[in-house]
Design a protein around this ligand. Structure first.
Ligand code: CIR
Length: 278
């Protein structure tokens, strides 16, 4: 059975769906959300799935001035108790950050706080972790200056960072790939190739999914060993089962309509003493 990452996922910060959610940016998976009640019900089911599987969830109130504010993953990066606050890659999303930042700063407990500035741009959704190896998407939201600032933090922590170019028909690295465990990488055919990630550590497996299941490639491995997958992606589902893991299927249709994948709705973090796998 594959190893599931147990660290880093003790807590999740999520943010409620704003009244303005139908105005969310949507250029890739969806043409914009239309049913806010369904979006809220799906978000509630998502939160419950985390809670039911060993994750403590904090819900920040929505800011109705920011239609995309539920996609907290983009606003901050937390690595082993250190926080990096990027300059979000889309100008309309910059104002979402302060409450997310304030909350995370209160969880720091001695970790570093790094803030990007100047020309650097990055969305947290471009960062993917496979065990001790990190990948960053170079995308319409994340530029080279942002990547170099991220590299400074990872160098300090002793981690390797590799850059993956995101194709024009995709938003972020985590929109189209995920690591449901510390040794498994899901990617969609026609968008990314195993070679894009370079040689992986021994024991790691790249699972290439059909192009039409690109949205399903975003999954979340939970502390209980279950894996959240979006409804409607049979190859992804069968792959999780074949890995010996139990899938937890969520309907994400109205989150997808706003170009949000499973991981975008959370920032996962641990507090001191909780970083080690158990
Ligand atoms: C946006 O375009 O910024 C939002 N509508 C979707 C953000 C999705 N976030 C993510 O993939 N990490």
């Amino acid at each position: 059975m594959a190893t599931v990452r147990l660290d880093q996922k003790r807590h999740a910060l999520v943010r409620a769906v704003p009244d303005s959610y139908p105005e969310a940016l949507a250029r890739f998976f969806g043409s914009g959300p239309t049913d806010i009640a369904t979006a809220r019900a799906q978000h509630q089911a998502y939160r419950q799935a985390l809670l039911d599987n060993g994750v403590e969830v904090t819900v920040l109130p929505a800011d109705h001035a920011y239609p995309d504010c539920i996609f907290v993953e983009d606003q901050a990066v937390v690595i082993d108790g250190h926080v990096l606050l990027p300059v979000p890659g889309h100008p309309s999303r910059v104002g979402e950050q302060p409450p997310v930042a304030d909350f995370l700063v209160r969880q720091l407990h001695g970790g570093r706080l790094c803030r990007m500035d100047g020309e650097a741009r990055m969305d947290g959704g471009d960062l993917l972790r496979l065990g001790n190896l990190f990948f960053v998407g170079r995308s319409t939201r994340t530029n080279d200056a942002g990547i170099e600032e991220l590299r400074l933090l990872l160098d300090h922590l002793g981690y390797e960072l590799r850059v993956v170019d995101i194709p024009e028909n995709a938003l972020h690295l985590t929109s189209i790939s995920s690591t449901p465990t510390d040794t498994d990488l899901f990617i969609p055919e026609g968008y990314l190739t195993p070679e894009d990630f370079g040689p992986l550590p021994e024991g790691c497996t790249v699972h290439v999914m059909p192009a039409e299941e690109v949205y399903g490639c975003s999954t979340i491995g939970l502390p209980t060993g279950r894996v959240i997958v979006a409804e409607g992606y049979p190859t992804v589902l069968a792959t999780v089962e074949a890995m010996g893991l139990e899938p937890l299927v969520l309907d994400m249709s109205e989150i997808r309509a706003g170009d949000g994948s499973l991981t975008c709705c959370s920032i996962f973090y641990s507090t001191p003493g909780q970083n080690e796998s158990e």
